[in-house]
Design a binder for this molecule. Structure first.
Ligand code: FAD
Length: 400
């Protein structure tokens, strides 16, 4: 990355600076050479994801997604480390970034609330890349409004029996284990939900739909029909599901904003390089003040977003608070900023942006909205930011 001055900011310490250097060198060597040729769809994308998880795990990066001593590097997941790694991976490859963070998000409920037996049984495999993890919260009729979910889990002897469907689930189809939030009915709404570990080979679990998405990655619908899981697979207690889900998102949400910063940094670097090499009306594009203005706007926007990201991560790591206000501001600003930055870069690329391969090479998303990282959530996020400023509420989006 061209600009690494942000690494000197006081939100980071020397261990973070060392990590940033190591992940940058690793991504340059291991991800950059093949990023242009990443798979586009179907089984190829599944295989690419598995391979990326294996590679990330083998070189120790997934160890930042789970706690020690279960394959992780730290006793508590360090949000600043997650952000530095995501920012760098996203700069080179959205799929590498996705593969990294899903191991954390998918196993996060076990890391944060699992029993020692659950941690020992599931986390080492996740850290080693042998088990792919997924987080199943959203449903066809309940996205932002988690409390409206219908999937139910009914206690029956030593088991719970799950029925329902979860949709828009990242890693659906390749996951070995899902953390599933389901209604157990201890109380109305959000207080009647529980979290379960559901292994993919449980009878009654079926991936009933796969989606083709603009930024390709495994995504689909997972259905449960009389799917039995032992009570031992319940995470925390009955009725704790909403708390488990929200606390997990609290840890991983800032990193969504960090990935957006990574996308935007790449767009800026590519736009600068293009403006310095493209001649128009006898001068380089970069000689025109209008282009300089665009570049200056992008750089300013990126620094503002990065400040919010690392403030949020530092708050989560070092303060006894959920950091609701900080993370909501970081994610809202960074994801919208990334969309603006990509738009500017696409504009500077001119007609070349129409060429799919050229655009890929330049790391410019094919959908200008893609770096917005599911921008349709802006409104609840803004609403949440206001509530967070007043100290209440919980954002409910679960996308990585
Ligand atoms: C690529 C991708 C990956 C994903 N991965 C996962 C995953 O791994 N696991 C998982 O559980 N889920 C996942 N999701 C689902 C994601 O969490 C939901 O899309 C999100 O919660 C929004 O739900 P929805 O799509 O049903 O939109 P809705 O909740 O139906 O919202 C639709 C629109 O209404 C707006 N809206 C909703 N409520 C309000 C409000 N109170 N005020 C103002 N506007 C409002 C929203 O902003 C949005 O524009 C993923 C989604 C995507 C796109």
């Amino acid at each position: 990355m061209a600009d690494t001055s942000y690494l000197d900011w006081p939100f980071l310490d020397d261990a973070h600076r060392d990590l940033a250097g190591r992940i940058a060198r690793w991504a340059e060597a291991e991800i950059a050479p093949t990023a242009d040729d990443e798979a586009e769809e179907g089984e190829a994308i599944d295989a690419a994801c598995r391979a990326l998880v294996g590679k990330l795990a083998a070189d120790g990066w997934i160890g930042y997604c789970v706690p020690a001593p279960h394959g992780g590097h730290f006793e508590h997941i360090d949000v600043r480390s997650l952000c530095l790694i995501r920012e760098t991976l996203a700069y080179y490859s959205g799929l590498a970034d996705f593969s990294f963070i899903m191991q954390g998000l998918g196993s996060g409920p076990i890391s944060l609330f699992g029993s020692e037996e659950q941690k020992a049984a599931y986390l080492p495999g996740v850290a080693a890349g042998d088990r792919i993890a997924a987080f199943a919260l959203s449903e066809p009729d309940s996205g932002s409004d988690v409390a409206a979910m219908k999937t139910e889990a009914v206690a029956d002897g030593d088991d719970y029996v799950l029925n329902g469907a979860k949709t828009l689930i990242s890693n659906a189809g390749i996951a070995d284990q899902y953390t599933v939030i389901a209604r157990t009915g201890e109380a109305p709404g959000a207080r009647g939900l529980s979290a379960f570990i559901v292994e993919t080979d449980r009878p009654g679990l079926e991936v009933t739909e796969r989606f083709r998405v603009i930024a390709p990655h495994p995504l689909g619908t997972v259905s449960f029909t009389d799917c039995r899981v032992p009570r031992a697979n319940l995470i925390a207690g009955p009725g704790d599901g909403f708390k488990v889900a929200m606390a997990t998102l609290d840890v991983f949400r800032t990193s969504v904003a960090a990935a957006a910063v990574g996308f935007a940094r790449r767009a800026l670097d590519e736009a600068v390089a293009r403006s310095q090499s493209r001649q128009s009306f006898g001068k380089k594009l970069s000689d025109y003040q209008l282009i300089q203005q665009k570049i200056a706007d992008m750089a300013t926007d990126i620094d503002a977003a990065a400040l919010l990201v690392y403030r949020s991560a530092w708050t989560k790591d070092t303060r006894e608070t959920r950091g609701t206000r900080e993370v909501a501001m970081a994610k809202l600003h960074a994801t919208e900023m990334a969309q603006r930055a990509i738009d500017q870069a696409v504009q500077i690329f001119g007609g070349q942006r129409r060429r799919r391969r050229q655009r890929r090479r330049a790391a410019l998303p094919r959908d200008p909205r893609a770096p917005n990282l599911r921008g349709h959530q802006r409104d609840p996020e803004a609403d949440h930011r206001q509530r967070g400023a007043g100290g209440g509420g919980g954002v409910t989006e679960a996308n990585p």
